[in-house]
Design a binder for this molecule. Structure first.
Ligand code: NAP
Length: 530
């Protein structure tokens, strides 16, 4: 088997598949493990899900021995964890680093994949697992004139080690999770910081703090029980959604609850009541609370109004989690530029040009412009299935998969945490472990039953597409443009990509499919040799 990518998905795939006696090799573009956490080295990069949840659960020894220092680990801490896991489970001997897979072709007669790399190697594999990540293919806006810009341009998602910020005039395009994290850190070192904002996002205070030993012990004492609850929950979090309507309580109770959850920090805020994500009136009450916080944090009323999100319900775009983002704009050398009214038109030799004729001189331009999410990392490889059809062609009208794991016409290919999976709407570790365990179970079944190919049935795939679309329709997600629906990449087919029916429900569906002899998958026995 060939696994592409040594992020947390590929690492666990290697460990789990090898553990079942399969012969596995991993090819990784970076020079180390960690995937997203290897590449996103921008100042301030930090996980926005709690460390005790955003980590592997498959090994009780690993859970016991790894000491997280903070509720929200920094990127270096996440990377150190990835490296520790790689050492602990002896993964590196089976990983080829610094190598990109450029193409993969299904050879129909041999029922095998022919894979090529940028180092000229040709790899022959029976199964191909794409663990290339959901937020790993950078979305870089077209900026006419970039070649004449005398400053430097860097993307947060592939941050080089030698970026100088000290004393420079720095610009940031983008105010999603990456922008919101990097801005306070750049402000601390830059001479001037200009933030180009097209859409303001809701951001919840992280309330980050060092982990308290008693709390860690308590989690460890109940670890399996907490994890198991998360696995079958809606959001994949161990923090419960409070089963009460925001509309059923009085103003004082509601405020107290919002304040409690705000102090707790992070995503748990959206679980302060169980109808914030179901009822627009409840959602507005939560949004107003956050908007008040923005107005309170920002001194200049005009800047504060620009930072208040408009036109989308809270939670319909992925919520951000920040430390001091809004207050950064109180510093005299930090300025917010609204590029919704006057969009960026390109770059001059000096800096960023906007449609109102302004030129903002810069030495360093940071693109916090996000990713061609959920499909980009798959289709950037020239993957060809039956009859030479590419994955890009198969997904031209919209990504379709069965259970987020397989695509019809691409036998023995797995798209880990792909479109149609709930992964990005929950804790990625939870999704990765579930996907890998499930795929490992399927491959073991094939081996035990002498089956040599597995492929999504087109009917089951179409039905799953309808299920994914219907689940999204029951939420507020379609009320916003975001990377969830491909809206952030010009020309990309629109359609809600993740399965929004809940991770617990998804797990139940997967288990039922497996119990029903892998219903919806076409399993083919080898052709007898004459
Ligand atoms: P993002 O949420 O897609 O944000 C990209 C930003 O760039 C948006 O503000 C977008 O504006 C702006 N933008 C793009 N092109 C532009 C243009 N031509 N002119 C002006 N603005 C432009 O990307 P991200 O911040 O990298 O986050 C992506 C996801 O990665 C997150 O939602 C999260 O799931 C994950 N992430 C997680 C963490 C964490 O755990 N700590 C950190 C970073 C990222 P519009 O909104 O108007 O398009």
């Amino acid at each position: 088997m060939l696994v592409v990518g040594a992020g947390f998905g590929g690492m666990y795939a290697l460990h789990a598949l090898r553990g079942r006696g399969f012969s596995v090799r991993v090819v990784e573009r970076g020079h180390g493990v960690g995937g997203t956490w290897y590449w996103n080295r921008y100042p301030g990069a930090r996980c926005d899900i709690e460390s005790l949840e955003y980590s592997y659960s498959f090994s009780p020894e690993l859970v016991r021995e790894w000491e997280w220092t903070q509720r929200y680990p920094t990127q270096p801490e996440m990377l150190a964890y990835a490296e520790h896991v790689a050492d602990r489970f002896d993964l590196c001997p089976d990983i080829t680093f610094g190598t990109s897979v450029t193409s993969a072709e299904y050879v129909e007669d041999a029922r095998r994949w022919g894979i090529r790399t940028d180092t000229g190697e040709v790899i022959d594999a029976r199964f191909l697992v794409l663990a290339t990540g959901v937020l790993s293919a950078a979305a870089v806006p077209e900026l006419p004139g970039q070649d004449r810009f005398r400053g430097r341009v860097v993307h947060t998602g592939s941050w080089p080690d030698d970026v100088e910020v000290e004393g420079l005039r720095v610009g940031v395009i983008g105010t999603g999770s990456s922008g919101i994290q990097v801005v306070p850190h750049l402000a601390a070192r830059a001479a001037e910081l200009t933030v180009f904002q097209r859409t303001a996002n809701y951001s919840i205070s992280a309330a980050n703090e060092p982990l308290d030993a008693a709390y860690v012990q308590e989690v460890r004492d109940h670890y399996e029980e907490l994890r198991e609850r998360a696995r079958w929950s809606f959001t994949g979090s161990t923090v419960p959604i409070i089963r009460e309507s925001a509309l059923a309580v009085g103003e004082r109770t509601r405020r107290r609850r919002f304040e409690e959850r705000w102090r707790r920090g992070g995503f748990a805020f959206l679980g302060a009541f169980d109808d914030i994500m179901r009822d627009l009136r409840a959602n507005r009450l939560a949004a107003e609370f956050v908007e008040e916080r923005i107005r309170a944090a920002v001194d200049d009323p005009e800047t504060a109004e620009l930072l208040v999100p408009r036109g989308h319900p809270i939670g319909s775009r992925r919520i951000c989690v920040d430390t001091g983002y809004h207050a950064t704009f109180n510093q005299s050398h930090v300025r917010l530029v609204d590029v919704r009214e006057a969009p960026i038109t390109g770059l001059s030799a000096e800096g960023v040009l906007t449609a109102d004729g302004a030129e903002r001189p810069l030495d360093l331009l940071v693109l916090a412009t996000g990713f061609d999410a959920m499909t980009g990392s798959f289709v950037r490889i020239d993957v060809r299935g039956r009859n030479g059809r590419t994955l890009r062609e198969a997904w031209a009208e919209g990504a379709r998969t069965y259970l987020g794991l397989q695509v019809s016409g691409f036998p023995n290919l797995f798209t880990l945490t792909g479109p149609g999976s709930p992964a990005v709407l929950c804790n990625m570790f939870l999704a990765i472990e579930q996907h890998v365990d499930w795929v490992t179970g399927l491959l073991t079944h094939l081996r035990e039953h002498g089956i040599d190919t597995v492929e999504a049935d087109p009917g089951a795939e179409a039905e799953w597409g309808e299920t994914v679309a219907a689940a999204a329709e029951r939420t507020f997600y379609p009320m916003a443009d975001s990377w969830y629906s491909g809206a952030n990449v010009p020309g990309k087919a629109r359609g809600f990509l993740p399965y929004a029916g809940g991770v617990g429900k998804y797990r139940r569906i997967c288990e039922a499919v497996a119990a029903d002899e892998y219903r919806g998958f076409l399993l083919t026995a080898p052709v007898p040799q004459i």
